[in-house]
Write a new protein. Structure first.
Lengths: 350, 88
């Protein structure tokens, strides 16, 4: 047995640690458990770690299609901000792909921006897409040819170099493999096409995070993940450059939404399809804990007028697919003028 | 083979949006899709999986795909591998 364990130790330290903790707690299952960790082919071959339950997210988005509010001010503000970026470009983008998230708001607020002629709307939820299709006639985008499909951002079913712009409004933070999805977006873009993404950042729902933790500690004596891990601002820039986008740009906006009570906040999250979809979530929510969370939220964060604030941090990412017309940094060491000479010429003040 | 499936895709415009059919590929293999009229589905010949079209909306989530059991599928084994991975 000792020999077996030391073999694992050589192979991987984390594996050994895991086995060790298991053996101390579950003596009879020692061999069985350590064996199952080492022979599982998927565990060794794929480096992919699944954080989110994508299937559950689909269901939540199906429900959100029915619960959706017609004019959600927060979603509209984010979509408006994202689409505003299209106006900053002189280029026009005839073919657009709109990925999941608040795609209904994106279409409604498009208003002829970016010279979009063809719009492809994609979501993981069939009901959401169906809703968009059914409400097509209510939107006054007469000269935009819209097509619909159900697809997964992690497995983008688009031919290479086929669209001019990829819009993703509040959807990509639920992907397990965010860099992979962004690489697929880049490949789907034509050269000199633009990727515009809005994801929720790490500061999002910090009040709820605190309230949940305190309430769970108090009532259950331990905590379980209730709010998903979100990307930090510094990660967003790395993500863009890792996905191979040229001229990456990241900026952050914070929205504070006021609610009458914490329960109203949860209802809003539900209508956006943004409720907990972690794989390691606790399936049970104790009624006591839920009420305690609401009470703690209220007592810790309530404003003077009785409303409670919730922070949403939105990270906007912009990236281009490479093209020869874009400006590029020169190769290292290719300079012909020394910085010392420049200083001599211009730095008289020092 | 590829040319043939492209020809078929051009005719597929009746089932769903025509402009969409020109840029859709299989989500797993990124190979072209073939439109099958009798089953009203998109078939990825490369991995032998068919994706349904519901109400004119193609459903290309790997979980929605069905493995085709027919004899004319040359690489049925690959398909079984891929889809079993996805079902996990």
């Amino acid at each position: 047995m000792r020999g077996l364990l030391s073999m694992y130790q050589r192979g991987s330290l984390s594996l050994w640690r895991r086995t060790k903790t298991l053996t101390t707690t579950n003596e009879p299952y020692r061999i069985l458990l350590s064996g199952s960790f080492s022979t599982d082919p998927d565990g060794n071959q794929s480096s992919k770690v699944n954080i989110f339950d994508r299937q559950l997210k689909r269901k939540q988005r199906d429900r959100a299609a029915w619960l959706m509010r017609p004019n959600d001010s927060f979603v509209d503000a984010v979509a408006e901000n994202l689409l505003d970026r299209l106006e900053d470009c002189k280029k026009s983008f005839p073919t657009a792909l709109c990925l999941g998230g608040s795609l209904e708001a994106v279409r409604r607020l498009l208003g002829g921006r970016g010279g979009i002629e063809k719009l492809i709307m994609m979501d993981t939820s069939y009901d959401m897409i169906k809703l968009c299709k059914d409400t097509e006639k209510d939107v006054h985008n007469k000269n935009i040819e819209t097509s619909y499909m159900v697809g997964d951002e992690e497995f983008l079913p688009l031919k290479e170099s086929s669209v001019d712009v990829v819009l993703s409004c509040l959807g990509l933070h639920w992907t397990n493999d965010l860099p992979g999805s962004m690489i697929q977006c880049r490949l789907a873009l034509k050269p000199d096409g633009i990727f515009l993404g809005a994801i929720l950042g790490g500061e999002t729902l910090k009040e709820l995070r605190i309230a949940c933790t305190v309430a769970q500690m108090e009532r259950e004596g331990g905590i379980s993940p209730r709010i998903s891990p979100l990307a930090q601002v510094r990660d967003a820039g790395n993500l863009l450059s890792r996905a191979g986008f040229a001229l990456p740009g990241v900026d952050v906006d914070e929205y504070v939404v006021k609610y009458q009570s914490a329960l109203e906040l949860i209802e809003h999250l539900r209508s956006m399809g943004e409720t907990n979809a972690l794989l390691q979530r606790n399936n049970m929510l104790n009624r006591e804990t839920a009420l305690a969370t609401a009470a703690i939220y209220d007592s810790m964060f309530a404003a003077e007028d009785g409303t409670i604030p919730a922070t949403f941090q939105v990270i906007f990412m912009t990236g281009w697919r490479e093209h020869s017309s874009q400006q590029k940094a020169k190769r290292r060491g290719s300079a012909t003028v020394s910085f010392k000479d420049i200083q001599k010429k211009f730095g008289n003040g020092n | 083979m590829v040319r043939a499936s492209l020809m078929l895709l051009k005719d597929a415009g009746r089932g769903f949006c025509k402009s969409l059919s020109q840029i859709l590929v299989c989500p797993l293999s990124k190979q072209p899709l073939r439109y099958s009229e009798e089953t009203n589905s998109l078939i990825s010949d490369a991995i032998g999986v068919s994706f349904p079209i519901k109400d004119g909306i193609p459903c290309l989530v790997p979980m929605d795909g069905k493995i085709i059991e027919a004899d004319d599928m040359p690489k049925a084994d690959d398909a079984a591998d891929l889809s079993s991975k996805n079902n996990q």
